[in-house]
Write a protein that binds this ligand. Structure first.
Ligand code: ZN
Ligand code: ZN
Length: 227
């Protein structure tokens, strides 16, 4: 039983298998994807670049394997702006916060001023959706930087990898938020390809992206650490 407990604490590795074949969300966990694919979701518009946020990871919380990490009450979608915009914040502060009171219509919350990445023209980035497989993580390791993409577990702070002591607090209740999802392109088996005007591009970010959640307040926050 100890092994199982360890798996639960560490969350689940997300192995990307390949592009999805259907054009509308059916069920299961999906990495990336176009907004059109998730017809049930209304994506908010980024205040910095005026583009809609994009899907990064749709987590199917009806998957009983996720029960013990207790992430959320219903299915959730982690989203972001692909243009690299973010809300200003010092190291360790959320780049974005969303209100998920309506799980199908996340709202970007008011906060500090949004910041544009200089020298980059805003673009409507969209990438194909990818089927994933979840793999239990057997053992935690504090002796190396664990960049893998995963649902649940503890985040990897690339500037402070051996000390998982930085916590992100909910802007409503001020309690520490739980990590929902961590994405790094570094060790993905299949990286989503751009579609339409972004054809030829592959989805990636120079660093690590972490989504945190407060299930009680229905708040999600994204933190990006650039390596
Ligand atoms: Zn933006
Ligand atoms: Zn809260």
């Amino acid at each position: 039983m100890k092994e199982i407990e360890n798996n639960v604490e560490m969350g689940w590795l997300v192995k990307t298998k390949g592009p999805i074949r259907t054009n509308q969300y059916n069920h299961g966990h999906i990495f990336s994807g176009t907004r059109e694919y998730f017809k049930q979701i209304t994506f908010p518009i980024c205040p910095a670049c005026n583009q809609e946020n994009s899907p990064i990871m749709y987590i199917d919380c009806s998957d009983s394997r996720l029960n013990n990490i207790n992430l959320w009450n219903n299915n959730i979608i982690c989203i972001q702006c692909h243009n690299g915009c973010g809300l200003k914040g010092k190291y360790g502060s959320p780049n974005y916060c969303w209100d998920y009171s309506n799980p199908n219509s996340p709202k970007i919350m008011n906060g500090n001023e949004p910041e544009n990445i200089e020298g980059r023209v805003p673009k409507n980035w969209e990438f194909e959706g990818v089927e994933v497989e979840l793999i239990p993580k057997v053992q935690r390791t504090r002796y190396r930087i664990e960049l893998e993409t995963r649902i649940g577990g503890e985040p990897t702070w690339i500037h402070n990898p051996l000390e998982n002591k930085i916590s992100i607090h909910c802007i409503i209740c001020n309690n520490p938020m739980k990590m929902l999802f961590q994405w790094s392109e570094t060790n993905m088996d299949y990286i989503p390809r751009g579609i339409r005007e972004t054809a030829g591009a592959i989805m990636g970010n120079p660093g690590i992206n972490i989504w945190y959640g407060c299930k009680d307040c229905k708040i999600m926050a994204q933190v990006v650490e650039v390596g």
